[in-house]
Design a protein around this ligand. Structure first.
Ligand code: SAH
Ligand code: SF4
Length: 361
């Protein structure tokens, strides 16, 4: 199988061009076509000699993502379901910086991207893990989510994505090498040009990889999906907690904090009757202070086929207040993103089910 040209870094490409006897400036031209103009076929690269284009065509694929389904409206949250070359489905969600709720269109957007097809970690509340893990995404499939959204929104808009959150389908740190390769290209000035501080990686808590990330020179942001501040509560909903219990996870976060000197975010989805009692705020506040983290409270989005529910607004507000009273910086997501199945993994699940239904009938 041929590698995709967008899975190669600039250095990889320079080494390849050198071995072909091609001058280095040709790499610059190639990168400009790929990431500047975001072209989708070799023949569009008009300033590259035909012989070089043929060589590239013979050595690399130039894959794009096929849009399988789209939900939402251009001035609010939009969800993209992509079909990959092997027909696997993945999702990306485009979120405007100030939702159109406030009456003004926003030109700043955050894109939530996927890193795997399915997920092996099987958190009990999550749609992405319901059908298990299928495969890791290649670097170019991670990058193409950004390029495809930008193409889809029309080239005249220039860059449509200014922030990336790696919170879509899959556990990013379980696909570490491809993730880092993809993010470095999205960050590079010759690539996506998106600042490392504008890229947030969310993990369910793979302690060894958090340590590894602490040694990376790039200043990506890190979010930890905590969802329970004691082993008892967390262990009930996140099987990964057995492998890396809180003591070990917190030690890895402390190391990350010490090396990076930056504040992490603790993601905490509020699920009715599971982790939303006021008693949970005490261990949660202690943990947040220990690793200098702020807490992001997210009312649970119901998932078809799962019986978990979001607590009432009142319970969510009380939970927030209890944290603030313990001097923790915390926010509560209040917008109604769940109108379009905003939690990642759900559109894919729905589409897979519909396709299976059609095949059965
Ligand atoms: N695997 C990584 C990143 C993808 S999940 C992780 O777990 O962090 C991104 C975030 O969405 C996680 O915090 C996850 O717990 C949360 N999430 C999953 N299902 C959800 C749901 N139904 N409602 C709200 N948040 C959900
Ligand atoms: Fe996987 Fe994250 Fe979903 Fe857990 S929450 S199953 S780690 S995608």
């Amino acid at each position: 199988m041929l590698p995709d040209v967008k899975s190669l870094s600039r250095e990889d490409l320079e080494a390849r061009f050198k071995s072909w006897g091609e001058p280095v400036y040709r790499v610059t031209q190639l990168l400009e076509w790929l990431y500047g103009h975001r072209v989708t076929d070799w023949d569009a690269m008009r300033n590259l000699p035909r012989s070089l284009r043929e060589k590239l065509r013979a050595q690399f694929t130039l894959e794009t993502l096929e849009l399988a389904r789209k939900q939402g409206s251009p001035d609010s949250t939009q969800k993209y379901l992509w079909r990959l070359a092997d027909h696997s489905l993945i999702e990306s969600v485009l979120i405007p910086a100030n939702p159109a709720l406030y009456g003004e269109a926003s030109d700043r957007h955050t894109l939530c991207i996927s890193t795997q097809v399915g997920c092996a970690y099987g958190c009990k509340f999550c749609a992405s893990g319901l059908e298990g893990w299928k495969r890791n995404l290649q670097p170019h499939e991670i990058i193409e989510q950004v390029l495809s959204v930008e193409r889809e929104r029309g080239a005249e808009e220039g860059r449509a994505v200014d922030n990336i959150v790696v919170m879509g389908m899959g556990e990013p740190l379980a696909n570490y090498d491809h993730l880092l390769k993809g993010l470095k290209i999205l960050n590079a000035p010759w690539g996506g040009g998106i600042g490392a501080r504008k890229i947030t990686i969310s993990t369910s808590g793979l302690a060894p990889q958090i340590r590894r990330l602490a040694d990376e020179p790039l200043q990506f942001r890190l979010a930890l999906s905590l969802h329970g501040a004691t082993d008892e509560v967390r262990g009930k909903i996140m099987p990964v907690n057995k492998k890396y219990p809180l003591r070990e996870l917190v030690a890895a976060c402390e190391e990350y904090q010490a090396k990076k000197g930056r504040m992490m975010t603790l993601e905490y989805i509020l699920i009715a009757g599971v982790n939303d009692s006021i008693e949970q705020t005490r261990p949660l506040a202690a943990l947040a202070k220990k690793i200098f983290a702020k807490v992001n409270l997210i009312p649970y989005n119901t998932v078809e086929g799962l019986s978990w529910e979001r607590p009432s607004e009142e319970v969510c507000e009380q939970f927030l207040e209890a944290l603030e009273n313990q001097n923790v910086t915390a926010t509560l997501r209040r917008e109604k993103g769940h109108d379009i199945d905003a939690a990642c993994g759900q559109l894919r699940l729905k589409t897979e089910k519909e396709l299976a239904g059609r095949a059965d009938g």
